[in-house]
Design a protein around this ligand. Sequence first.
Ligand code: ATP
Ligand code: MG
Length: 592
Amino acid sequence: MRAPDDSARYATIHKDRGSFMVPPNLADYEAARATFTWEAARKGLSGLPRGRGLNIAHEAVDRHACSARANRVALRWLGKNGEHRDYSYRELALATNRFANALRSLGVNSGDNIFVLLGRVPELYVAILGALKMKCVASPLFSAFGPEPVVTRMDIGDARVLVTTEALYRRKVEGVRDRLPGLEHVILIDAAEAEGAHSWHGLTQAASDVFEIAPTDPQEPALLHFTSGTTGRPKGVIHVHEAVVTHYATGLYALDLHDDDRFWCTADPGWVTGTSYGVIAPLTHGVTNIVVEAEFDAPTWYGLLAQERVTVWYTAPTAIRMMMKLGVDVVKNYDLAALRFAASVGEPLNAEAVVWGVEAFGLPFHDNWWQTETGGIMIANFASMDIKPGSMGRPLPGVEAAIVKRGVDHEFEIIKASGEEGELALRSGWPSMMRGYLHEEARYQKCFVDGWYLTGDLARCDADGYYWFVGRADDVIKSSGHLIGPFEVESALMEHPAVSEAAVIGKPDPIAGEIVKAFVALKLGFVADEAMRKALLGHARKRLGAAVAPKDIEFRSNLPKTRSGKIMRRLLKARELGLPEGDLSTLESDER
Ligand code: ATP
Ligand code: MG
């Protein structure tokens, strides 16, 4: 397979040690890798008092509430109508104590599954953390899901309690509640006690604000997250309390959190990023976590970054590409001097976008890679490390990565730093590794070979140990004997000034096996006509060579994406080939 040559096309962004606003936590990558142990990382956490184990909510809230940080703002909530509410660590501790006691008053037990179907409102954060205090398993669902995805997930997840609003309940749950016989309690955050539902207000007001977390084995289940459904039916992924060690360590190293940071993760807690990094990691560091209820809008986001003096910002490629569409000039209207570090996850981040960060914000976007299954960041561009635009970076200290090839009998060969492409694998043993796919034991077992977790993503590792994403194993295109990673082709198309988004699929062809077809959305002000099609085909051919460049380009005003912002190539392909569309429960934009 051809190796992408982004490294040659985009100069490495060198980190000048003298220019850091604050010294990065990970000063020297090699040195940190050599000495890191998970046992030592755990020492950054407190553990439950009197050696009674490890509980995420204690690390995120209670340990700060009884420290000098008690009155620091833990959550700064910015509502979609311009209102705001601040919760100090102490207030968050009391609110989560009340909710934990409320659950107890309902007869809820540790191990029960609590689903939360809410927009990004404070009760969402209180419910997740309060449930963790009760040692329940918290499962936040994305509030824009329709009734079917909601009921399917609650059914798979054996939901006993649901926390939601009256409107969401009426629209999404009431009509299907008979399909959820195990759902015993519905708690409405904005309604009075009524038949079949409890009032959040009533329950929490009646509850004590004193709560002692019971001894918690770090291996007890804590979170249930569903994958994004990009490649098929979403899987229910189980994480345990020990995952907080990864959340903490990655907050320290990959997001470079410092004590007085004001951190904003733009992901919704309905996706794993929004929980691991929109709730847990920043709170374990005792920083101020900014929560924005409104959906994406570039100027609004710039305004919030400026107004809140955000120092560390964690966002996603889709949002970055939308910002790029609007251009650099808009950004210049805002004072973003406080912003120190910007990171991205969820999809491959095109080299173009990394470099655009420098132009727009004076900072590159630091790409990092992980999955719902890994529970936390595994490969990252660290603050102190030079960036090769287009690369996902290097494995977290404590994480051993490799590129492997699987044989027919599941035997495999490690080809780590040869530059050859293969499947990205991680040596099992980091704390936030999933402990199972709910009710899918065989599927879970199939992810592991000889102590390695196989990710299903293809990548390569260069001689400097940087990892480069190639594509999902399912998306790779086989054309005239070449294996083509869609990311490489999409990135080349993105370099054309007219292109705002691109997705590439393999289309069956009697001669070549498959040919590359691209779906392209243009930036504002460009016309999708024959001349543009020819220009893009020519650009791609020049950049990639005839064997790899798309043979066909189709314009769309929008590409189908999951609600977490990932392009659904499988859907473009199914439609192109007239095949069944498969699970569409996470589909967001659907313009054909
Ligand atoms: P499903 O497993 O249901 O198909 P999904 O894999 O999209 O959905 P997630 O766990 O949310 O669900 O996403 C993880 C995947 O997202 C990774 O396996 C990878 O394919 C992609 N991804 C995440 N971050 C990056 C990145 N920085 N670069 C490239 N790809 C990334
Ligand atoms: Mg996946």
